[in-house]
Design a protein around this ligand. Structure first.
Ligand SMILES: Nc1ncnc2c1ncn2[C@@H]1O[C@H](COP(=O)(O)OP(=O)(O)O)[C@@H](O)[C@H]1O
Ligand SMILES: [Mg+2]
Length: 269
């Protein structure tokens, strides 16, 4: 049971792949659940690539969860409780299989047949809202496109953390993603807030990262988190849960990020 029965849903996104979204969800969820053992945390995979699901160490082969993933929950074919997997005492996972990629086409077909109205945008919200009674924090890993799935994720969220790899191309994606967030807020979710922008994979050996972060701070000021996640030598997704020195180093950065989320009141203990 969550402490006040009113959990908060926070999504992590940017319409770009490889910028550190999934890594940020995994390590923020881990650090949050470890630093605040009284809080109950749910990590939600909403990317058909299933990287989050495969990186949390409970699924060896993604086909293990075929038929019991978030796609079936959203479609009303499975109960959410039956698809959630326990990671630790206070951290759970709602996994995604590649089947989730069929959701968009499925909904377009329904829309063409005029079987659906505006509630088509609330499909994820409808399954996550009841979980607010159970979990204090629900962290969603959004897909990299600016498509229907990302919209569903934003409609279901109270806050969004923009994850930006400190390089020029991801930097350019930020204003476009903010536009999407503002559109969703205006049309479907007036409670949606931007919690902040997290810079990841900053490379100290080049000036490029610091230039990008400086330009970001000029435009978005205090919306850019003080914590900057440095790039370590390339991590393999599967090794994130390990104990190597590199994993520890990056995990510590996310520990500092969780402290900043607490200081800013994005998360309350
Ligand atoms: N701080 C970091 N230092 C080094 N490698 C990282 C870091 N953060 C993420 N990575 C690696 O970069 C790749 C992309 O990260 P990922 O979190 O999967 O991005 P996204 O979910 O945005 O596609 C992965 O191989 C991941 O292990
Ligand atoms: Mg990802």
């Amino acid at each position: 049971m969550s402490r006040n029965g009113n959990g908060k849903v926070i999504s992590f996104g940017l319409q770009k792949g490889g910028v550190g979204k999934t890594t940020s969800v995994i390590l923020t969820a881990k650090e949050l659940s470890e630093q605040c053992p009284d809080l109950k945390v749910l990590a939600v995979d909403f990317d058909p690539q299933g990287n989050l699901s495969e990186s949390l160490g409970v699924i060896e082969d993604i086909d293990e969860i075929k038929g019991k993933d978030i796609f079936q929950c959203v479609m009303g074919q499975e109960k959410v409780e039956d698809c959630i997997l326990q990671i630790t005492d206070n951290l759970d996972l709602l996994p995604a299989h590649e089947d989730l990629s069929a959701l968009t086409l499925h909904m377009i077909r329904k829309a063409v047949n005029e079987e659906v109205g505006n509630d088509v945008f609330f499909m994820l919200k409808d399954i996550l809202d009841p979980l607010r009674a159970e979990y204090d924090y629900v962290l969603i890993d959004l897909p990299p496109e600016r498509g229907y799935l990302a919209i569903l994720g934003l409609v279901a969220s109270d806050a969004v953390i923009i994850v930006m790899q400190a390089e020029p191309f991801p930097r350019r994606a930020v204003p476009r993603f903010i536009e999407t967030i503002e559109e969703v807020a205006a049309e479907y979710n007036p409670y949606l807030e931007i919690a902040g922008i997290l810079c990841t994979m900053a490379d100290n050996r080049t000036n490029m990262s610091s230039e990008v972060i400086r330009s970001l701070r000029m435009v978005y000021g205090p919306k850019v988190f003080d914590t900057v996640i440095k790039r370590t030598v390339r991590l393999a997704e599967a090794s994130l849960i390990g104990q190597s020195r590199r994993v520890k180093e990056i995990q510590e950065s996310y520990g500092a990020f969780v402290e900043e989320l607490l200081e800013r009141g994005v998360i309350k203990q």
